[in-house]
Each structure stands twice: as C-alpha cells, then as structure tokens.
Design a protein around this ligand. Structure first.
Ligand code: F0G
Length: 391
C-alpha cells in the first residue's frame, strides 16, 4: 500500500502514481509482520533483504553488498573514536542509484511500462540507462546542459538511453519530467517515485548487517533529498520490526551554493527553494529538493542536523579520503567527510561516538577537476638515467 506522508490517504501499489491528490509525497507501507530477521553479517547483497522490498526481483545487476571500511588513518588524524565509510561507488554503475533502480525498474516491468524517464545530475541517468538496457525497455534522461560530469554522460550514452540536455538546471529538468510522466505515459524514476527509496533503504540494512550494531550517526550528501529519507526509513523499519533498539542521528550535508535545507534548518525559517544553485559537486547542484519534507522529518525525528560545506572543503576532503584511505569518490560524496570535519571543528559533534559516512558515487565518474588542478611534470626520456634524475 502507498500512503501520503501529509494527509495519510492510501492508494494501491498497482496504480501508477507519484503523489497524493493533496500534493503530498507518498511512501510504501511495509507489512513488518512478514519481514525476516536475517541480519547475520553473511552474504550481503541488496536482494538478501527481499522480505522488506515491495517488488519481485526482475531486473538486477547484482547491486548492493558494498564495502564498509573502518577509516583507521583518518580516525587517528581527526582524533575520532570510530569512523567508517560505506562506499556506494562500488555498485554496478558506480553509485547508490543502482539500489533504487533495481527496484524501480523491476516495478516498471511489473506495471507493464515499456518507457521510463528521469531528470538527473548524472548518476540517476547512468543507472536508469543501465537497468533499462538490462530490462530491454526504452529510457529517456534529461540532464542540465553542460553541468553533468563526463563519465556519467558517457555511461548514459553507452547504455543506450535517449539523452536530452536541457537549457536549465536539474530543477528545471525535473519539472519537465514530472509533466511528461503525467501527460505522455512514461514511467518516472526520479526519487519522488516511492519505489526508488525502497531500494535505497537497504543501505541502512547493510550497515547494521555489516557492523552488527547501529552507529550513532550517519552522515551523507543531500541533493534531491531522497537518499537521506530512504536510509532513515530503513532504520525505522528495523526498529519497528524489533530487530534494533536504537536509531542513528541523520546528518545531511549540502554544498554551500545549493543549500536550501541548511538555510531553513539553521534560521528556523520555512523551506524556500534556491533559484540558482551552484557547486563543483554537480551531483548535488539542486535548489529545490523534491523530497525535502521527508528529509526534514528524518533529521528532526532522529535528532540530527543539516550543515553545508564550501567547494574548497569538498575538494580537500576528496583528496584526503583518497590519499589517506585509498578511497576515490566524486566531489558530492566527499561532502560527507567535509561535513564531519567542519562539524568537529565547530564542536557540534561528539568525537567519542561512531560515524558512518556514506560515499555515494565513484571518483572516476568526474575526474576533470582533479586533472585541471594538477600539473603533470614534463615527459622524461624512456631511460633509467632520466628516471634516476627525477627520483
Ligand atoms: N551523491 C551523489 C553522487 C548523487 O549523484 C546524488 C544525487 C546525491 C549524492 C544526493 O542524493 O538526491 O538522494 O539527496 N544525484 C541525483 C542524480 C540527483 O540525478 O543523479 P539525493
């Protein structure tokens, strides 16, 4: 069953529907009497948690089961007690979006849809394109012209999506996609679609399964605000099913130039979209997060917070994570570490608690900024002498 988070109205899951008649966001209600307690640390993949997932596995590229690393070096350097990274870049197309798409595209097939569509800052389009290719259905992706990382664009093209650049930003593209899904009968797989979040909530399940306990804090980047809502839903389901007895704090990080949630949260003012979002972290260059109400609830209910980080802090954290821990993530993903560092400096977090940073996308998707900021030495002659000289 689908239920409106605002007015509580219920709808059948068999209906193609993205919002309530009142305009509110919908969520899938899971029957927690039927879920299985299989949290034994073994054979971790997304579909291990199928009893929590409201569709059959139809389209899969073996997503999930991503590594959870203890950050031994950074933990020491930052004088923290327990620091981990859940590296979602290890998914089949290199981002957490694959969790949403294995479920979302499976749902599209269940509903008999043969065309799917999304707006995207890059990763969603790459993932939708791959899962549609596997399912043998047509995909359309609308991306902000000139503002999508090259690797992500290449992925969408090679998987065979119809890629359409839009003169405008992500928020503009999403507006078109919402209208298209309503008027043209294409199935929308942006994170307003509640089935996407049903896949992404498995990040919570895996963290608990891998650690064997619930961490005190989860820190992650926030763009369209689907993932923070999904992970919170996952933890709440574990709690309500009686499998865990505490919940983590959810800490959402936005880029300074695209931080409408942070501004509303800090100033205790009503949420207002930002007209001209701008950041080097193009994945989260979003001014009007469609899921902001779910994200707001996640942070409030969990006693968490929203914080923003500058582009400079993001790039510094990206380099730090790669050079100290061997984990290369794209700029948006590095905002979780940048956020942790900033919150620690501001004494807004407890160094003795446990933290899991979610790194959402692989660094190879967006290498340009690294190359642009690094000057390679002049080529040397192919001889040992020449090499010795530069050693
Ligand atoms: N990190 C990465 C790498 C992303 O690609 C995104 C979102 C986010 C974080 C934020 O997640 O939207 O659930 O709050 N990317 C979307 C896209 C918008 O089109 O690929 P969110």
């Amino acid at each position: 069953m689908l239920r409106c988070i605002e007015c509580g109205k219920e709808y059948s899951e068999e209906e193609v529907r993205y919002r309530c008649d009142c305009g509110g966001l919908l969520e899938v209600v899971i029957d927690l009497d039927k879920v299985e307690n299989i949290f034994n640390g073994k054979n971790i993949t997304l579909w291990k948690y199928k009893s929590f997932i409201p569709v059959e596995r139809r389209v899969s590229l073996n997503e999930g089961g991503t590594p959870l690393y203890r950050l031994e070096n950074l933990q020491r350097e930052l004088e923290m007690k327990e620091l981990y990274v859940k590296n979602e870049g290890a998914n089949p197309t290199g981002s957490f979006k694959d969790r949403g798409m294995t479920v979302g595209v499976s749902k599209a097939i269940e509903l008999g849809m043969d065309k799917v569509i999304c707006a995207s800052t890059g990763n969603t389009s790459a993932s939708l394109a791959a899962y549609s290719a596997k399912a043998g259905i047509k995909s359309y992706v609308l991306v902000p012209s000139g503002k999508i990382a090259l690797g992500k664009l290449a992925q969408a093209i090679v998987y065979g999506a119809k890629v359409l650049p839009v003169r405008g930003n992500f928020d503009d593209a999403l507006r078109v996609v919402v209208e298209a899904s309503r008027e043209l009968g294409v199935y929308m797989l942006n994170s307003i679609n509640p089935f996407r979040l049903e896949g992404q909530k498995t990040i919570a399940f895996e963290i608990f399964d891998q650690l064997g306990f619930v961490p005190d804090n989860i820190i992650l980047p926030v763009g369209n605000a689907g993932n923070i809502s999904a992970i919170w839903k996952g933890f709440k389901e574990l709690y309500e099913a009686g499998f865990i007895d505490k919940l983590p704090r959810m800490i959402g990080i936005q880029a300074e130039g695209a931080s409408p949630l942070v501004k509303a949260f800090k100033k205790r003012k009503p949420f207002e979209p930002e007209e001209k979002p701008e950041t080097v972290a193009t994945a989260i260059r979003i001014g009007n997060p469609a899921n902001w109400k779910k994200a707001w609830r996640a942070v409030e209910e969990s006693g968490g917070l929203f914080e923003s980080v500058s582009d400079e802090e993001i790039l510094k954290a990206q380099k730090l994570l790669a050079s100290k821990e061997g984990i290369f993530v794209e700029p948006a993903s590095a905002s979780s570490l940048a956020g942790l560092i900033k919150l620690k400096e501001l004494s807004l977090i407890e160094p003795d608690e446990s933290y899991v940073l979610i790194t959402t996308g692989h660094g190879l998707k967006d290498p340009n900024i690294i190359i642009e900021n690094f000057k390679l030495p002049e080529p040397i002659e192919p001889s040992l002498e020449a090499f010795r000289e530069v050693l």
